[in-house]
Design a protein around this ligand. Structure first.
Ligand SMILES: Nc1ncnc2c1ncn2[C@@H]1O[C@H](COP(=O)(O)OP(=O)(O)OP(=O)(O)O)[C@@H](O)[C@H]1O
Ligand SMILES: [Mg+2]
Length: 428
């Protein structure tokens, strides 16, 4: 009996030690990122400008970022779930272009075109017409095609943590290279990008995958830097377009915890300026999107941090930036889909709280969610788009069947929530 107790005690001790290591390693990594960010010359990050260096509330996200089951990094060919062939780059057009800027002057003034919500729960058509168009499909396709051919002339800090590097191409344009702490993160970033494309959400900078290969034309000039970073040869990394002059974004009042949420009966919608309404419109896409992908590394992590940092909502939201013309830019989506689904148990109640705070949607987003729900084919469509657009998709792999089912389930839940809002506010 005593021997059994001793064994049990030893086992418990081992479990406790393992848990500490499990939690500490990502925390340490995040803390390193935070420290580096605060001290980086030129400040790759905008998040903490003007804040004291000891203000580390956001690093608490780390405590919750349970590491993915460690997989070997993408040095070689990964298990490629259900990917049978490479295909030629493709995409679907049909969106307004970046240059279609008919709304730029009309955005500034107060609302003159009537109530911003119509048919119960949808942003009004006149507001949609003024919406910043973001990275249209056509624009993104052009960037992706060019980025595949560009040669990287320089790698330097400027895109956050050390595992991200700011790449300057030979023509002077830039991209953020994400090596990822593990393969899940590159996969999450990439599949999240293509899911946004399926939904017609154009707030994510264009992304391509590339294999680090110092013999290749693309990476040859930065061979020494890649060695210095200890990035493994033949790893698959993502490149996202670097966008200049971005600034931080604070969560708008109706979406903060202390408010009653963003819904069609909200009186203050009448007094908002067009620019404020356009921002809210993009936020509603962001919230629906982060719910689908279970991305905890934006608004949801702020909600969690409220427990010890009551003013967190007054600070800039993580991984969200804004262009001078008012487009929200959703960066750093690597927590989405893969990692986000793995740690869903821990975060789901926060995801639901955030989703339930919104009862206004873009009509097109709601329609696409309804289609994906009705057909039950999210996995198939995401896989096709990814495979047809990204030559390295075979090497990076796709969602597991289990995670594809989680995605379909979340699409259903989002659809139900939209119907619930329609039932509640449809008669207004
Ligand atoms: N596509 C981009 N265009 C311009 N700047 C970018 C882009 N991506 C990242 N950055 C800059 O790098 C910073 C950090 O980016 P990112 O979130 O990807 O890295 P991170 O290591 O996760 O940092 P954090 O812990 O702040 O989330 C951003 O706040 C922004 O200043
Ligand atoms: Mg980030």
């Amino acid at each position: 009996m005593r021997a059994v107790s001793a064994n049990l005690f030893a086992l418990l001790l081992l479990c406790a030690l393992a848990s500490v290591l499990y939690v500490w390693s990502p925390l340490e990594e995040r803390l390193e990122r935070h420290t580096r960010r605060l001290s980086a010359p030129g400040g790759g990050s905008l998040h903490h400008q003007g804040l004291p260096a000891d203000l580390s509330a956001k690093t608490f996200r780390a405590l919750l970022a349970v590491p993915a089951a460690q997989r070997p990094h993408l040095g070689g060919r990964l298990e490629a779930h259900n990917l049978s062939h490479r295909a030629v780059p493709a995409g679907s057009g049909g969106y307004r272009t970046h240059e279609d800027d008919k709304g730029s002057t009309r955005r500034e003034g107060p609302v003159q075109s009537g109530f911003p919500v119509e048919d119960g729960i949808f942003w009004a058509e006149w507001l949609e017409d003024l919406r910043p168009v973001g990275f249209t499909e056509e624009y993104a396709r052009g960037w992706r095609e060019r980025a595949r051919t560009y040669r990287v002339a320089k790698l330097e800090p400027g895109c956050g943590r050390i595992s991200n590097q700011l790449a300057t191409f030979a023509d002077g344009t830039k991209a953020c290279v994400r090596y990822g702490i593990n393969a899940d993160q590159v996969q999450g970033e990439t599949l999240t990008y293509y899911l946004a494309s399926l939904l017609g959400i154009t707030n994510l900078p264009p992304l391509v995958l590339s294999q680090l290969n110092s013999d290749s034309e693309q990476w040859g000039a930065v061979r020494a830097q890649i060695d210095g970073l200890q990035w493994s040869e033949r790893a698959v990394v993502s490149l996202t377009q670097w966008v200049s002059n971005l600034t931080g974004v604070v969560t708008p009042a109706p979406l903060r915890q202390e408010s009653g949420g963003l819904h069609p009966a909200l009186g203050e919608l009448r007094s908002k300026s067009t620019a404020e309404l356009l921002e809210l419109l993009q936020w509603t896409d962001l919230i629906a999107f982060d719910y689908l992908t279970a991305n905890f590394d934006r608004l949801v992590s702020n909600l969690f941090s409220l427990q010890w940092d009551p003013r967190v909502m007054e600070r800039e939201t993580n991984n969200l930036l804004r262009t001078a013309r008012g487009d929200l830019v959703f960066i750093d989506n690597e927590a989405g889909l893969v990692h986000g689904f793995r740690v869903l148990d821990m975060w789901e109640r926060y995801h639901r709280t955030v989703l339930s705070s919104v009862c206004v949607f873009r009509r097109r987003t709601a329609r696409r969610v309804a289609e994906l729900h009705g057909r039950g084919d999210a996995r198939k469509r995401l896989l096709e788009l990814y495979r047809d657009s990204e030559p390295w998709s075979v090497d990076l792999g796709f969602l597991s069947d289990e995670h594809a089912a989680v995605l379909q389930d979340r699409i259903g839940r989002l659809h139900e929530h939209i119907l619930h809002c329609k039932g509640k506010y449809g008669q207004l």
